[in-house]
Design a protein around this ligand. Structure first.
Ligand SMILES: Nc1ncnc2c1ncn2[C@@H]1O[C@H](COP(=O)(O)OP(=O)(O)OP(=O)(O)O)[C@@H](O)[C@H]1O
Ligand SMILES: [Mg+2]
Length: 401
């Protein structure tokens, strides 16, 4: 599809957002890629993240609720993403408002209430505008979300060891457990966190790095860890909106955020995590139910606007041997219509790590081949060492390189 009219829409006004969606219906090859219900100073963070997924997107920014805040948000945004095409919109088209918008970097102005013909013309100009290049390499931290397509496939294990390797590489890293039911991350790390996502939620409006690091748990490897409380009934109190606020804070302050999403892909907080992720790792094993579910997960993510290269299938406990109970690599790739990103072998090192309540990568050399292969996975996943990952891959992943 031509990415001619991919829009990000920022407005506190539901009616405005609806009008935009409605107007786009008549324009071929157009879509709304993201909506922001707030126009605040940190708008640029969310926009930058979405530009990674939709580098050709333009932003339509409704300034009518609070012109001053909106203009400031626009200035900040243009500093962060100078090439972003911005359409400002307001009820007032007096000289002062329009000039303020243009000075702040808007490329276009649309008067409200939106008129169909004017909107269409604006989209025409957007289409003809010089090709926009997205934000380029952003300085924001990267979010990596691990999702299991079945219980027990090793999602928590991979997420925990992934965060551990990043911390060993001196990246400032935060690990978030969003598996409200499993709540296993702290167990695998031998941590007993006193504070949880509930305290994060309570302190969101005054969150800063000192406060955050003051109350969350720090793993001996150096990364921070926060997860759900023990009480299951508190799940509903941590909302998608809270998660987005929290994630906005995190990507601004940390290099990497690693999330154990459990398997609840349809959970709105987990979906929000996927949406801010540089990569979503779908963890499967070779059992047919896991592969079948991976197919459903991928289809769902694609319907939610993800592209195939953001979704990375990782086969855990991979064995070359296929049989009546185990799908082969070829079968998996055929079923998923997608290459497998990486295969991680079965290894006793994993269980002994879990029994000692420490990630296996914390033992380094003692973990031998498993340690080496896992680090190569992290290399490939983060693009850390160019092709170095390729040599460390199993036969399984070698085919995909
Ligand atoms: N590569 C591996 N080699 C050997 N054992 C493994 C491997 N990966 C995971 N396991 C084992 O599988 C079990 C489940 O792992 P883990 O808890 O990480 O899975 P999960 O998908 O997060 O499960 P849950 O659905 O309970 O959240 C653990 O006991 C772990 O030791
Ligand atoms: Mg788990």
């Amino acid at each position: 599809m031509s990415s001619a009219c991919v829009l990000l829409v920022a407005s506190t006004d539901e009616h405005f957002r609806e009008m935009v969606r409605d107007n786009l219906l008549n324009i071929p090859n157009s879509k709304v890629a993201a909506e922001y219900q707030e126009v605040a100073n940190n708008l640029y963070i969310r926009v930058l993240q979405d530009l990674e997924r939709h580098p050709q997107a333009a932003l339509i920014l409704d300034l009518s609720a609070d012109t001053e805040t909106g203009i400031k948000a626009l200035e900040r945004l243009k500093q962060a993403a100078p090439d972003l095409y911005v359409i400002a919109s307001h009820f007032h088209a007096d000289g002062e408002t329009v000039i303020a918008c243009m000075r702040a970097g808007a490329n276009e102005f649309l008067l409200q209430p939106l008129k169909r013909s004017e909107f269409r013309d604006a989209m025409g100009r957007l289409e003809r505008a010089p090709r926009r290049g997205g934000a380029g390499e952003s300085k924001l931290g990267k979010v990596y979300t691990f999702l299991g397509t079945k219980g027990g496939v090793g999602t928590t294990t991979l997420a925990v060891n992934f965060a551990s390797v990043l911390a060993q590489r001196k990246l400032s890293t935060v690990m978030i457990d969003l598996d409200w039911i499993g709540n296993d991350v702290s167990m695998q790390l031998g941590a007993a966190p006193q504070y949880t996502l509930m305290e994060v939620a309570e302190n969101l409006n005054r969150m800063d790095q000192a406060l955050f690091e003051g109350f969350v748990t720090r793993d001996p490897l150096g990364f921070f860890l926060v997860g759900p409380p023990d009480a299951l009934e508190q799940r509903g109190m941590f909302t998608e909106h809270m998660f987005r606020e929290f994630a906005t804070f995190l990507v601004e302050k940390y290099d990497a955020i690693v999330i154990d999403g459990g398997k609840a892909i349809s959970d709105e907080v987990v979906m929000a995590a996927c949406q801010v992720s540089a990569a979503v790792f779908l963890v499967i094993n070779q059992e047919f139910p896991a592969v079948r579910n991976a197919q459903r997960y991928i289809a769902f993510l694609m319907r939610m606007g993800f592209s195939q290269d953001q979704i990375r299938v990782v086969v855990n406990q991979y064995s070359k041997k296929a049989n009546a109970h185990h799908a082969s690599l070829e079968q998996i790739q055929q079923t998923l219509n997608q290459q497998v990103f990486y295969g991680i072998p079965n290894s006793p090192v994993v269980l002994s790590g879990i029994n000692r309540a420490r990630p296996f990568v914390a033992q380094r050399d003692a973990a031998g081949e498993m340690d080496r292969l896992f680090r190569a996975f992290v290399d490939k996943a983060t693009g850390a060492k160019g092709k170095a990952g390729a040599s460390g891959q199993l036969a399984v992943a070698g085919k995909t390189a």
